[in-house]
Design a protein around this ligand. Structure first.
Ligand SMILES: [Zn+2]
Length: 269
């Protein structure tokens, strides 16, 4: 079975390294064990525990696994403990981290599959079968990874913690980005650190000033519906990106150079 993530949907190719990196930062060493699965591989796997020896490891026949569509991958731990040892809740924590990237986690299923993650934004396997018929046809619709230097963040006035796009709000013509999202983008621990609970902005500014290129900077913040937002333009100045608004698309956009992106370890798309 393949461990090659380049066989997966481009969005997964982009998300997986970020996911692994975030896990690593939190002390979880993750290994990819299974990505795209051919018909033969799925058939063999389905036979396991049924017509062949072994434990049952899959509940679906080809092509009804997201692995058959390049939309799923499996992991194990790679820290010297048992590959599937979950006595310390390792898979549960990693599962939650995966979900922050918009991945569906098999640990949330009725029949749990904790090493499994998938992307279902293009539909369930039933829908993919109905729409494309086979994997090759679906694959032809895949857009290559963006090569440009810019990233765009959709504007939203809604609160939906399940959406992993970056929520921004607009006040008096100024755009603000949610600090919790930003903390995540910056790979800071703000949203995970229970000891330094975010209550007010002053707390954050005092406790965790934003440091860019060894320079401390101040960013105007507001509190809205209990969430702290930072002025995107101030932030843009501080981090070296441009903020603008596309009238036609009704989208706020953020432009950032890849070099800057890597330097400050932002993980914007
Ligand atoms: Zn799987």
């Amino acid at each position: 079975m393949s461990r090659d993530i380049t066989l997966l949907h481009p969005e997964l190719q982009e998300v997986i390294p970020k996911f692994l990196e975030k896990c690593k930062k939190q002390g979880f060493i993750v290994k990819i064990t299974d990505t795209l699965r051919s018909k033969k591989e799925q058939d063999d796997l389905y036979a396991q525990g049924r017509t062949k020896a072994g434990n049952i490891v899959t509940w679906v026949k080809y092509p009804y696994s997201n692995h058959n569509w390049g939309m799923a991958f499996d992991i194990c731990r790679n820290d010297g403990k048992g590959a599937y040892d979950n006595s310390d809740g390792w898979f549960d924590i990693v599962g939650q981290i995966g979900k922050t990237f918009g991945l569906k986690w098999g640990g949330d299923w009725e029949i749990k599959d904790k090493p499994h993650f998938e992307l279902t934004k293009y539909g369930t396997t039933n829908q993919l079968v109905a729409k494309y018929g086979n994997f090759e046809k679906f694959k032809k619709t895949w857009q290559p990874l963006k090569e440009d230097n810019y990233m765009f963040v959709e504007r939203s006035y809604e609160y939906n913690n399940k959406v992993k796009s970056y929520l921004v709000i607009n006040e008096n013509g100024e755009t603000y980005i949610k600090i919790r999202d930003l903390a995540e983008l910056l790979n800071k621990d703000l949203s995970y650190d229970n000891d330094s609970k975010i209550t007010t902005l002053e707390d954050i500014i005092e406790k965790k000033p934003i440091i860019v290129n060894d320079k401390e900077t101040s960013v105007q913040c507001i509190n809205y519906n209990g969430f702290n937002y930072m002025n995107a333009r101030d932030l843009g100045d501080a981090l070296g990106y441009e903020v603008g608004y596309n009238e036609n698309l009704h989208k706020v956009f953020f432009k950032i150079k890849k070099s800057v992106l890597e330097k400050i370890k932002l993980f914007f798309k």
